[in-house]
Design a binder for this molecule. Structure first.
Ligand code: GLU
Length: 412
């Protein structure tokens, strides 16, 4: 299923539940603007290679477009548009004064040198500089981009406009205006929401087992933070793009992180058994955290999922056809637009710090993230009980209603 169809289907289900008027329904099913750019890059061997990039600006009724930039061979225009729609609902479900956007470049960052990545990022920044800005559209990291990518982007943007504009991008290194706690924010937010889900379902954290698909910025920090938020739990399975590993007695997470840093993979970690990605998704665990890419939980594997709680640290990991199966089987899914919203929430904190030129302490960042996540979790959980729907439809109902109200005030 094309990610845009997935996003529109999820939207339609919620639009029916809240009886959204036809005008808002039509407006909210398409991005307001999509910029497509060609970025010529001189590769290390002297050749010029032209990369395809995108920036989708989905909705800005509630505030400037906001969302990350993804570097991946499978990036496509439709994927970027879907991701920008999900950002629109994500910022709304968190009640942030922001809209939704997303960028992406079709490339294989793992096969590129630092120099090539820097030239690609600077080229992309020049190409989209016309449509971004602190009050217009604010990018951030996503799959295979990081604080270094953000620093290059910022520097190139500053050169374009002729002055310093730290608010044009978030996820920057702390030394040049980034926020403390931004690097772990997605995982922290996910664990706060997960802790609330354990409480709401009355599931004890002691002895809980966790499987995590993906060991990037979200997945690895989920593993690191698991015990702080779910005392007595253990991480028993993890995967990355090279493969998955399983150890029923639980991993020493600090050592696993070290192993991944050293070898570039989770596979080969001492005492663990190698399993397939599909095995990982269907393991008999308490909590499953998809923290990789879209379309992982489908109608083919949904019925085999044994986890009681699924916390979507990734964007779009579950297809709509799988949602119904999980719901029927009594699984509690914390949907992506809520579960992984900690990242954009701390991005917003970073914007506030840039505006006031006043850095916050880590303690303040974490307290405010905690407060926002808990409130949004309960807004969605209450909506799910009120409408008798699962958490995804409830999250969309809350978010779409907020965006539609803003649209109505401003006019279509
Ligand atoms: N890429 C992250 C996401 O999908 C963060 C976006 C942001 O901070 O703007 O939520």
């Amino acid at each position: 299923m094309n990610p845009r169809e997935v996003a529109n289907k999820q939207f339609d289900i919620a639009a029916d539940v809240i009886r959204l008027d036809a005008g808002a329904r039509a407006v909210l099913k398409s991005p307001k603007r999509v910029l497509k750019v060609s970025i010529p890059v001189r590769m290390d061997n002297g050749e010029i290679k032209v990369f395809q990039g995108f920036r989708s600006q989905y909705q800005d009724a509630r505030g400037p477009y906001k969302g990350g930039i993804r570097y991946h061979p499978q990036v496509s225009e439709d994927e970027v548009i879907a991701l920008s729609a999900w950002m629109t609902w994500k910022t709304a479900v968190m009640d942030l004064p922001l809209g939704g956007g997303k960028g992406g470049i079709i490339c294989d960052p793992k096969s590129m040198s630092q120099g090539e990545l820097e030239r690609l990022t600077r080229g992309y920044a020049r190409a989209i500089s016309l449509v971004v800005g602190p009050e217009t559209d604010v990018p951030a990291p996503d799959v295979y981009t990081n604080s270094q990518t953000m620093a290059w982007f910022l520097d190139e943007y500053n050169r374009q406009v002729g002055h310093q504009e730290p608010g044009v991008i978030t996820g920057k290194p702390v030394e040049i205006g980034g926020s403390l706690g931004r690097d772990t924010a997605t995982a922290r937010g996910c664990m706060i929401a997960t802790r609330e889900a354990f409480k709401a379902k009355g599931i004890p954290t002691n002895g809980a087992t966790i499987a995590i698909q993906g060991f990037g910025n979200a997945g690895s920090f989920v593993a690191v933070l698991a015990n702080e938020f779910l005392p007595g739990s253990k991480v028993v399975a993890v995967s990355d793009s090279h493969g998955a590993i399983y150890n029923p007695s639980g991993f020493d997470v600090a050592k696993l992180v070290e192993h991944k840093e050293k070898t570039g993979k989770v596979a080969g970690f001492g005492g663990a058994k190698e399993i397939t990605n599909d095995d990982l998704l269907t393991l008999d665990v308490t909590l499953l955290v998809p923290a990789a890419l879209e379309g992982q939980i489908t109608k083919d594997n949904a019925a085999k999922i044994k986890a009681k709680i699924v916390a979507e640290a990734a964007n779009g990991p579950t297809l709509p056809e799988a949602d119904d199966i999980l719901f029927k089987n009594g699984k509690f899914v914390i949907p992506d637009i809520l579960a992984n919203a900690g990242g954009v929430t701390v991005s917003w904190f970073e914007q506030l710090q840039a505006k006031t030129e006043y850095p916050w302490s880590l303690k303040l960042v974490q307290e405010r993230l905690e407060e926002r996540m808990v409130k949004s979790f309960h807004d969605v959980h209450d909506a799910s009980k009120k409408h008798g729907v699962h958490m995804r439809t409830a999250a969309y109902a809350v978010a779409v209603d907020r965006v539609a109200r803003a649209l109505k005030w401003k006019g279509y």
